[in-house]
Design a protein around this ligand. Structure first.
Ligand code: SIN
Length: 285
């Protein structure tokens, strides 16, 4: 029977008692969706999904959103354009996935488009040993907003920022994009710094990614100062959880309400993850 245990962190829940490679009863899907909505990140252990099973499980929560452009201009899974591969492995001189072995800086996925994905799933197929790095962190943006000092809350209110599309979270320039030389001309969607959840009315910080971001209407210096202060606040450990990966883990996160980052890891080790994301329908307000 499905069971859900909240992690001792300001977000995150572990779900046991389900094999997500199989079709699930409506009640289990509703329980998973509720935990995802409430705890923002749900963690399953010991799962073994091939690509069609990952797609089928993901579709319980909506239509799949194909991956954004990557630096290699390449589709990683020939038969499954709707999936992405996150990996440092190079085969026959070609990367089999995105993001390499370096740090992936704090970000939310694809907020450089007008309607970003609402959820993402990452399934661990191969992971480095624990001492080799590669942990992933998630931070709760409702909690970060609620704890904002009054002056920062006021400074963020009503402001719109540009979310850079040119670089991925590993800092690599995506194919087809130019280097940003003036953040006021950054290419990417514009979203408010504060998001209001349309279901609950709760407010969350909505920061996307820091590099090349710019707050409309401010001087570059004032925009940088505001963004630096918001990012320093939002990424404090008190709002975050850490996930240490094991093979068979499957994580699903609430992309509009969390930021995530990944530690670098030993390049001599292999890390292979398959990833899906679920289309959003929300224009951030
Ligand atoms: C990602 O940012 O989507 C990848 C996170 C990870 O590699 O753990």
């Amino acid at each position: 029977m499905i069971s859900i245990r909240n992690l001792e962190a300001p977000l995150g829940a572990e779900i046991a008692g389900v094999d997500v490679s199989k079709p699930l009863p409506r009640s289990d899907i509703a329980a998973i969706e509720n935990a995802w909505r409430d705890r923002l990140v749900v963690v399953f252990h010991g799962q073994s999904l091939d690509d069609p099973q990952l797609i089928a499980f993901s579709r319980n929560f909506g239509e799949l959103d194909p991956p954004g452009p990557n630096p290699f201009g390449q589709q990683f899974l020939k038969d499954h354009p709707e999936l992405n591969v996150i990996s440092n492995v190079v085969e026959d001189g070609k990367p089999i996935g995105n993001l390499g072995d370096g740090e992936a800086v704090w970000h939310a996925d694809m907020t450089y488009v007008d309607v970003p994905p609402k959820a993402a799933m990452l399934h661990a197929l191969e992971v480095p040993p624990p001492e080799a790095g590669g942990n992933t962190y998630f931070a709760n943006m409702f909690a970060a907003y609620a704890a904002l000092p009054a002056d920062l809350k006021q400074a963020a209110e009503g402001k719109i920022a540009i979310h850079d599309a040119s670089r991925n979270s590993a800092g690599m320039l995506r194919k087809g994009y130019k280097e940003v030389t003036d953040v006021r001309e950054t290419v990417g969607a514009r979203h408010p710094l504060v998001r209001t959840d349309p279901k609950t009315g709760r407010k969350a910080l909505f920061l996307g990614r820091r590099p090349n971001a710019y707050v409309l209407g401010l001087s570059v210096a004032d925009s940088d100062a505001l963004l630096d202060a918001l990012w320093a606040h939002a990424t404090q450990p008190r709002f975050a959880m850490c996930h240490e990966w094991k093979v068979g883990d499957l994580l699903m996160w609430n992309n509009l309400s969390v930021l995530h980052r990944r530690d670098p890891f030993d390049p001599k080790t292999r890390r292979v993850m398959h990833r899906s994301q679920i289309k959003g329908s929300e224009r951030i307000t």
